[in-house]
Unconditional design. Structure first.
Length: 211
């Protein structure tokens, strides 16, 4: 009898482990579109192309990056979220992990409209920082992680091309102050801490015009 109970317990544990180990369902962009229309469109645009400079455009963004940000905005019970933003925290509070994957897949599949650099006086500085960094202060070239045209590297570094300059500036300053701290190995916080406002503004404007 005792042996039978042990065997049954073992089988139950194996069945539970098999279920727990199942990979998440394949992302469903159509389901993501429905969520986007009701939750995200007002700030980020129905197709992920934001019309407001303080809100990032999400169209064409790398899905793994989008998913990570959505997860980071969620606060675990009794803990602060890894990425703090009261508005986003409330928006993702009721989204399941699969909802987040679906949203990420939907926005990633949309076509970004792109932007344009606006300040001709800082284009050269912005380009130099993006392509070569600031060697004397240990600032690496943005292109080394985000690509020559700002397309990013899937599952590692986000797409930057065409992003609102105002949003990019705000994030760089948030990295610099430590207000935003969900970067791996403090990479962005370290880089931003070595840059001044003029350099951040110049590279953000240059990024807005990348294709």
């Amino acid at each position: 009898m005792k042996r039978s109970l042990v065997l049954a317990a073992g089988l139950a544990l194996a069945a539970f482990s098999a279920v727990a180990a199942e990979p998440p369902a394949k992302p469903d962009p159509a389901a993501g579109q429905k969520i986007a229309a009701g939750v995200c469109a007002a700030c980020h645009g129905a197709d992920g192309n934001s019309l407001v400079p303080i809100n990032p455009s999400l169209a064409g963004q790398i899905p793994e990056y989008l998913y990570k940000q959505l997860v980071n905005f969620n606060a675990a019970p009794g803990k602060e979220p890894e990425r703090k933003n009261a508005v986003m925290q409330s928006m993702v509070a009721n989204l399941s992990s699969q909802d987040k994957r679906n949203l990420a897949a939907y926005f990633a599949a949309q076509t970004p409209k792109g932007g344009a650099a606006k300040n001709k006086e800082t284009i050269e500085l912005g380009q130099r920082i993006y392509r070569a960094g600031i060697a004397e202060r240990g600032v690496p070239a943005c292109a080394s992680c985000h690509g020559a045209t700002g397309g990013g590297m899937p599952a590692q570094y986000p797409q930057l091309a065409g992003q609102w300059a105002e949003y990019t500036q705000a994030q760089m300053k948030a990295w610099r102050s430590g207000e935003r701290a969900n970067d791996q190995n403090r990479m962005m916080r370290t880089i931003a801490a070595r840059m001044n406002d003029a350099e951040i503004a110049a590279v953000a404007d240059y990024i807005a015009g990348l294709r």
